[in-house]
Write a new protein. Sequence first.
Length: 149
Amino acid sequence: MSTRPDDRVASASSAPATSAPAPARADALILFAHGARDARWAAPFEAVAAAIVAAQPSLPVRLAYLECMAPDLLGAGSELAAAGCRAIHIVPMFLGAGGHVRQDLPALIETLRRTHPQAAFTLHPPIGEIDAVMRAMAHAIVATVEGPR
């Protein structure tokens, strides 16, 4: 993802975002990913966030990370709440609901709820557990294995 002065997607190395779609008329969307030491790891997440921004330019979107990268979830959620967002949707960018999604993430969201009672933080299922995503992954894998025809 290129870094432009008007970038609306926050990443580990850019300014905060200001746009992206989210379910159910959200004021804001946070894409929550694990994080990594190698900044290149974030490229697919930045691409997803940029596509969301392109589809829904009036909705703030942020990338947030559990570790190794910034911003973290508390920082991204606090920023959006301070900006006046009242319905903040959080989509874990994980293939499944392991310990981070089942334990770490709910604790972080509870902290956000206590710190920002004026905002509603809604946790959605991990992206990898959404039927359309599972079908898309299966299709992509079959296409990769079969190769061009």
